[in-house]
Design a protein around this ligand. Structure first.
Ligand code: AMP
Length: 402
């Protein structure tokens, strides 16, 4: 199917050493082309580009994000979708941290780029990479409106009691310390899709969303507005993740500094890259964890049990915060694909109206669906997330009014 030339949005998700991208129609969600540049700055960098059902792969050195984006543009041209002439209506950039400054999709100009760069102390791995992606895209498509869509935005209005850490208020204020929350684009999109699936107005619903991917977070949403979420000042807080610890006793940090003589960067690396499932079992990928468990690996089993224990802790907390729930929704790699996790997370809760239909839970499907029995008190849902589509729609909206 050919799209009307000006219907397309290029979505760019620029990480510290990678750039994921998609060219899509914001209305239908139809994807013209997509791909990923990885290992930027390393010798064995490369691109994998999908378009018209074909995958093209190239490996070689890619010095920086500008070179990475240039390669993406070359790939589009080679495969018959020259971006300069494709009538791209907007470029949507996923930006991780909007701090207190940004809580709406925002048309990018020099001041916005500077402000995103200024927020780098809150997201030192992510915001500089986002800025690099934005600057490169602005150079390559100078006439096209560029829009920043922030991962923190959906959680901007969290109630004070949920977003405030109980530390010295003056210190917190001086350093921007509060719960910001992340994966907001996904939580907003998925909770909206869940309401659609239920045929209900989001304003009438109390929802809990579990976004369980490599990163993982949960949110409690009342009437379409989040009232709490598990990630905090940074994406480290909350659930157990692939390589991130989630919640720990903050006293562990001082203890490690004194007893193990780790410096703060080593501790940062330990908690962000060498903890979570990987720290407990040696593997961060959930499918590998499941294989280890099947082979009787006790460390992997413990990692799984800790993962489920943490999920259930937040489920309980959010049930009470919301004063009852209408829908519980699972999304992202693990949430969409692991019936075992969904069953264990919600086991033995029938007294709260929470029940899974085992056949529906294990049925293979890639679409949004119910996995609770018909007429269940609480709807249990699986909804595939689509952050690119949500970003494309937001970017298109902003570009239309620019
Ligand atoms: P994401 O960050 O959303 O891409 O999710 C990545 C995580 O989803 C990885 O830990 C994968 O192992 C996990 N995942 C993907 N497919 C499956 C599956 N079929 N069963 C269990 N986990 C899966």
């Amino acid at each position: 199917m050919t799209e009307a030339a000006d219907d397309l949005v290029l979505v760019i998700n620029s990480g510290s050493s990678s750039i994921k991208y998609q060219l899509l129609n914001p209305e239908s969600g139809a994807v013209t082309a997509s791909g990923m540049v990885d290992r930027i700055g390393e010798g064995n960098a490369g691109i994998e580009h999908q378009s018209d059902g074909e995958t093209t792969e190239r490996r070689g050195a890619i010095a920086d994000h500008t070179a990475g984006l240039r390669l993406i543009f070359d790939m589009f041209a080679e495969t018959g979708h020259d971006l300069a002439n494709a009538g791209v209506r907007a470029v949507g950039h996923r930006v991780v941290h909007g701090g207190e400054v940004f809580y709406q999709p925002t048309l990018i100009d020099d001041a916005v780029v500077a402000a995103i760069a200024d927020l780098s102390s809150l997201a030192p791995l992510h915001n500089p990479a986002n800025v690099a992606g934005i600057e490169s895209a602005r150079k390559l498509l100078p006439e096209v409106p560029q829009v920043a869509v922030f991962d923190t935005a959906f959680f901007h209005g969290l109630p004070d009691a949920a977003k405030t850490y109980a530390i010295d208020a003056k210190v917190a204020a001086a350093h921007g310390i509060r719960k910001y929350g992340f994966h907001g684009t996904s939580h907003e999109y998925v909770s909206g899709q869940a309401a659609k699936l239920l045929g209900r107005d989001p304003a009438e619903l109390n929802q809990i969303v579990f976004h369980l991917g490599n990163g993982a977070s949960a949110s409690a949403i009342r009437g379409g507005h989040p009232i709490d979420t598990t990630m905090g000042l940074t994406p480290l807080e909350g659930l157990v993740m692939g390589t991130r610890s989630g919640d720990i006793d903050p006293g562990i940090i001082a203890h490690l500094m004194r007893s193990a003589h780790l410096d703060i960067d080593q501790i940062d690396t330990l908690l962000n890259r060498d903890s979570g499932l990987k720290g407990l079992s040696g593997v961060n990928d959930f499918r590998e964890l499941q294989r280890l468990i099947e082979n009787g690996d006790t460390a992997a089993k413990l990692a799984y049990d800790v993962y489920i224990h943490r999920l259930r802790r937040y489920l309980g907390a959010y049930l009470i915060d919301l004063g009852g729930v209408d829908a519980i929704t699972f999304t992202a790699g693990v949430g969409e694909n692991s019936p075992q996790v969904r069953a264990d997370a919600l086991a033995d809760l029938s007294r709260f109206g929470i029940e899974i239909d085992p056949a529906a839970n294990t049925a293979k499907s890639r679409t949004a669906r119910h996995i609770s029995p018909p007429n269940a008190e609480v709807a249990i849902l699986v909804v595939p997330t689509n952050e690119e589509l949500a970003i494309a729609r937001a970017a298109h909206r902003v570009a239309e009014t620019a």
